[in-house]
Design a protein around this ligand. Structure first.
Ligand code: 13P
Ligand code: SF4
Length: 371
């Protein structure tokens, strides 16, 4: 058999037994053209046989791979079937036709996929792929907030556990956060909304709307590291560059940017506006993936890695498909409640292009919930 060395019993080999032979070259070397500016020629012989095996195994298992914008470029561009931001991946997970979903992203994303597609097998290559926001709050915390503020809706970022979603009223992502906060306030007939657990996202949303917001002391360990001084230094070094930030950044960072929005919004901006030079203030791999799509744009890459996203590797994806592990399960009672919060979000009108945050707005006071 050319290309892949399967053992005689027909089982799929260990990843390190896959070799870069003529069959592999014939089947997948054309993919290198796409990633040649972000994957070195030294790396390709290591990646190619695993990519080849994943593409075959994916077919054998009837699987689809959902890859977040923060995946490394060889995953994002060579094995991802659907790629995008958290909102797009949730929308797709709800409608997937395949029996098996592999989440190339972190655990809350896999849990979201399982909640929205309970009859499908959802695999995550590494169960330890967490998130500092998801670990900042528990279901019990949300129950205490609900008890303290029974008349206010709880808008919960999707970067949370199933239990946290279950005790919330509606979910949001950074692509629809302002829309969700305003819809929740309207629906509940109130002027104040609780938005958890990202205090920076909450503050950035509060600056965009007249709705008052209470929040929780959680943050993204990647985006909280950026400082206003970083933006000043980047501007001084690259006065011709457009600077884009993610709304998980602190407000004083966002205020110095030219544009702010979800990972999907940033990618759309670069594609539509085609700036000569761009700086994405977000996770490292995002620039590589947007660069592949936009070869005419020069990227400066200030780099903060998400250690959780980086637990997902090509080899991990191969092992997940080969051994059908790690299957994500959610308690059915919790899942049903969490689904209601996610569905309330998914039922809102969809934007054609993810909206931007206006970076010119004044900061607004956003207190923490008192619990
Ligand atoms: P979005 O892709 O929704 O912008 O989220 C960014 C993020 O940090 C996901 O973990
Ligand atoms: Fe969580 Fe931040 Fe990593 Fe996204 S980038 S998974 S919000 S820690």
């Amino acid at each position: 058999m050319d290309g892949m060395t399967f053992n005689p019993s027909g089982e799929w080999p260990e990843a390190d037994a896959l070799s870069y032979d003529d069959g592999v070259k014939a089947r997948v070397d054309h993919l290198y053209e796409r990633v040649k500016d972000v994957v070195t020629p030294m790396e390709w012989p290591k990646f190619a046989p695993v990519i080849d095996a994943i593409l075959r195994l994916k077919q054998a298992r009837g699987a689809t791979i959902l890859a977040h914008n923060y995946m490394t470029p060889e995953i994002f561009n060579c094995v991802g079937d659907i790629t995008g931001d958290s909102l797009k991946l949730a929308q797709v997970a709800a409608e997937a036709e395949e029996d098996v979903i592999v989440q190339a992203g972190v655990h809350f994303m896999a849990e979201t996929a399982k909640i929205l597609s309970p009859n499908k097998t959802v695999l995550i290559p590494d169960l330890e792929a967490g998130c500092s926001l998801a670990s900042s709050i528990t279901g019990a915390d949300v129950q205490r907030i609900k008890a303290a503020y029974p008349d206010l809706p709880i808008v919960t970022y999707v970067n949370t556990s199933a239990e946290v979603k279950a005790y919330s009223d509606i979910c949001c992502t950074s692509s629809n956060a302002v829309q969700v906060v305003e819809a929740a306030a309207r629906q509940w007939g109130v002027d104040t909304v609780i938005m958890i657990p990202d205090e920076y996202l909450a503050k950035n949303v509060a600056a965009q709307t007249d709705i008052k917001i209470l929040t929780w002391k959680g943050s993204c360990e990647v985006h909280e590291q950026f400082t206003p001084q970083d933006i000043d230094d980047l501007r001084a070094a690259h006065p011709d560059a457009i600077i884009l930030t993610h709304p998980e950044c602190p407000p004083d960072v966002m205020a110095k940017a030219d544009y702010a929005g979800s990972t999907g919004a940033m990618a759309a901006y670069v594609k539509n506006q085609a700036p000569a030079k761009a700086i994405l203030i977000t996770e490292c791999s995002m620039s590589d993936n947007v660069a592949v799509e936009n070869p005419g744009v020069t990227f400066v890459k200030p780099c903060n890695l998400c250690p959780h996203m980086k637990r997902i590797t090509l080899t991990g994806i191969y092992d997940a498909l080969r051994d059908m592990k790690h299957q994500v399960e959610v308690d059915p009672v919790i899942a049903a409640k969490a689904r209601a919060s996610l569905q309330a979000m998914l039922d809102l009108p969809k934007a054609d292009t993810p909206p931007a945050f206006d970076t010119g707005k004044d900061a607004v006071a956003v207190p923490y919930v008192a619990v």
